[in-house]
Design a protein around this ligand. Structure first.
Ligand SMILES: Nc1ncnc2c1ncn2[C@@H]1O[C@H](COP(=O)(O)OP(=O)(O)OP(=O)(O)O)[C@@H](O)[C@H]1O
Ligand SMILES: [Mg+2]
Length: 287
C-alpha cells in the first residue's frame, strides 16, 4: 500500500466539500446525535468511528439526504444546505456505498456499473443501449482502479464482497462524485479483501474525492485516514487530525478507554491476574 498520509497544507485552506457544524438529530424522543462537527475535504479521508448505536449511520444519512438534521448546520461547498432526498444529495455529488450494496446479483458487472445511467444511442431515438462501449468503459475504469474482474459479463453476485465494494467505488469515481461515503465497507470482509477495499479507498482519495469512511475498526481507519472522529452515544469523544493521534489512542478510545482501565483495576482488586486481564492490560498499555 502506498503512503497514505498526505500533505494537506494547501488543501486545508480551501472551502470544505461538507462542513457540519453543531449538528444534532432526534428521532422522536431519541436524540441520536448532538453537537457534531465534521469536515470533509477534497483529497482527504475523514474516518467516523464508534460502537453500535453511536450515531454513525445517522450522521451519514443526513449527508446522504435520507434524513434531515434538526439542530446545527450543514454546508456543501460553502452553501448551507438541507437535502430533500437522496437524489438531491447525489445531484450535489455525494455518493453513498452502503454495506448491503444496492447491486443486482444476477446482473452482469458492466451493466451494474452503469445501472441507472446507461448510455443510450444518441443519434436515433430507439437505437438502444451502447453495450460495447459500456463494457469497454466499465472494464477500463475497473482496471484503472486496479480491480481485475475475469470477465466483465460475469454476474456481479459472483464477485467477492471486496470486489463488489470496489466496483461501487469505481462507479462513484467514474460518475464524478465529489464526496464518497463508505458505510462500514470492511465490516463483513476478511483480512485480504479488507486490504483491497482500503487500497481503493485510498485510490478514490488520490483521485481527489473527499471520502467519509465509517468503521468500527481503528486499524483500518488508521491505514487510510487523514482525520478521525470517534462518536459515543451520539457525541464526539475524539476529533483529531492524523498528525495529532496515534493508533494506540484510537484503539484505546474505541475499546472503551478509561472504562476498561477501571474494569481491569476492579478485576485485579477482586484477586488474581488472569491471562484475560493481562491481555487487556497489554492492549491498553496499562502498567
Ligand atoms: N429510524 C430511527 N428511529 C428511532 N431511533 C433511531 C433510528 N435510527 C437510529 N436510531 C437510534 O439512534 C441512535 C444512533 O443510531 P445509529 O444507527 O446512527 O448508530 P450507528 O453508530 O450507525 O450504529 P451501528 O454501528 O450499530 O450501525 C441509536 O440509539 C438508535 O437506536
Ligand atoms: Mg450504522
Amino acid at each position: 500500500m502506498s503512503d497514505t498520509s498526505t500533505d494537506n497544507t494547501s488543501i486545508s485552506t480551501s472551502v470544505p466539500l461538507v462542513q457540519m457544524t453543531d449538528v444534532g438529530k432526534s428521532y422522536g424522543a431519541v436524540r441520536a446525535i448532538k453537537g457534531i462537527n465534521l469536515t470533509v475535504r477534497a483529497g482527504e479521508v475523514t474516518c467516523v468511528l464508534g460502537d453500535n448505536g453511536a450515531g454513525k449511520s445517522t450522521l451519514i444519512k443526513i449527508m446522504a439526504g435520507l434524513h434531515n438534521h434538526n439542530e446545527g448546520t450543514m454546508s456543501i461547498s460553502g452553501v448551507e444546505t438541507t437535502f430533500a432526498s437522496p437524489r438531491d444529495a447525489l445531484g450535489a455529488g455525494i455518493a453513498t456505498v452502503y454495506q448491503d450494496l444496492a447491486v443486482v446479483g444476477l446482473m452482469e458487472t458492466w451493466r451494474n456499473f452503469f445501472l441507472g445511467a446507461e448510455l443510450v444511442g444518441s443519434k436515433l431515438p430507439f437505437s438502444g443501449l451502447r453495450v460495447r462501449e459500456m463494457k469497454e468503459i466499465a472494464d477500463e475504469e475497473l482496471r484503472k482502479m486496479g480491480v481485475v474482474v475475469k470477465d466483465i459479463d460475469q454476474p456481479i453476485g459472483t464477485l467477492s464482497g471486496g470486489q463488489r465494494q470496489c466496483v461501487a467505488i469505481a462507479r462513484a469515481v467514474y460518475f464524478g462524485a465529489k464526496v464518497l461515503i463508505l458505510d462500514e465497507p470492511t465490516a463483513a470482509l476478511g483480512v485480504k479483501q479488507s486490504g483491497v477495499v482500503l487500497k481503493y479507498t485510498a485510490a478514490a482519495r488520490d483521485a481527489g474525492l473527499g471520502v467519509v469512511f465509517i468503521t468500527h475498526n481503528p486499524h483500518h481507519a488508521y491505514m487510510v485516514g487523514d482525520h478521525f472522529i470517534i462518536l459515543k452515544l451520539g457525541q464526539t469523544v475524539l476529533d483529531k487530525r492524523r498528525d495529532e493521534v496515534e493508533l494506540d489512542e484510537l484503539t484505546r478510545q474505541m475499546a472503551g478507554g478509561d472504562e476498561l482501565t477501571e474494569l481491569s483495576h476492579e478485576l485485579k482488586a477482586l484477586g488474581g491476574m488472569t491471562n484475560a486481564i493481562r491481555t487487556l492490560d497489554a492492549d491498553l498499555n496499562i502498567k
